[in-house]
Design a protein around this ligand. Sequence first.
Ligand code: 13P
Length: 286
Amino acid sequence: MSLVTLTEILAESREKKYAVGAFDTFDAMNTEAVISAAEEKNVPVILMVCDYSFEAPNADRFFADALNRCRTASVPVCMHLDHGPSFEAVMKAIHYGCSSVMIDGSSLSLEENVAITKKVVEVAHACGVSVEAEIGHVAGHEGNTDDGNVADETAYTRLADAVRFYEETKVDALAVAIGTVHGVYKGEPKLDFDRLDAIREKIPVPLVMHGGSGLSEQNFKDAIRHGISKVNFYTGMSLAGANAAREYLDANKIADLGEAVEIGYKASKDVVLKHLDIFGTQPLSK
Ligand code: 13P
């Protein structure tokens, strides 16, 4: 198949009322779990890479292998930079072959977020790369398993800000804060669907929900019905893999490393398979 942009992979999601899963990877095992799950279901998927991987000792090989796996997949795959913290990080991701980038100015003032996002959109679009940005702020950090996070209502996306932000930046996808958090939730997540409806009505590009781990099947279905087109997910996949490997190691005094890795891989992949079903992801028609 082919490497596609975020715009291409999300093109039919709104109209057909499904979401495309976006899963982070930090190693070849996670990359394989994400892409082979999508191949098994015959649906498109978004493989997300992070700026921390730029600093890894094997960064060049990691990105080259991830890009190669995306390009040779039997389904459409978008390789996307998740939470790009700066213009430089975005440039690096484009250099490594990402077909989509997120510039995350959500901790900046609205004016600063608009300014950095406009700059990224201009350069990324010149390279044929899609851009996601965030307005409002989703708390926490993917992979965070400490004592959990609670959504901060004061940082939820405000409709007027979203409209102004979209009009000034013309981003290809917009991440919104409606009650999710990254990492493990403290307490029950409560999503603000009225806010999401109002944003969806005014913003013509796909909307993104970060912090997928810890939401119920019903939460996902409702969020998608109310206009979410891309769901970001990582912690749940990582925890499932780690817990399965730990169970095997705890149960076997003399353990095989390859077996532990394989067990972790399968558990992570099962989480991806399950969520691709929940998101209702459909094959692209063209
Ligand atoms: P979780 O780790 O909470 O699933 O969030 C992932 C995410 O939003 C990445 O951007």
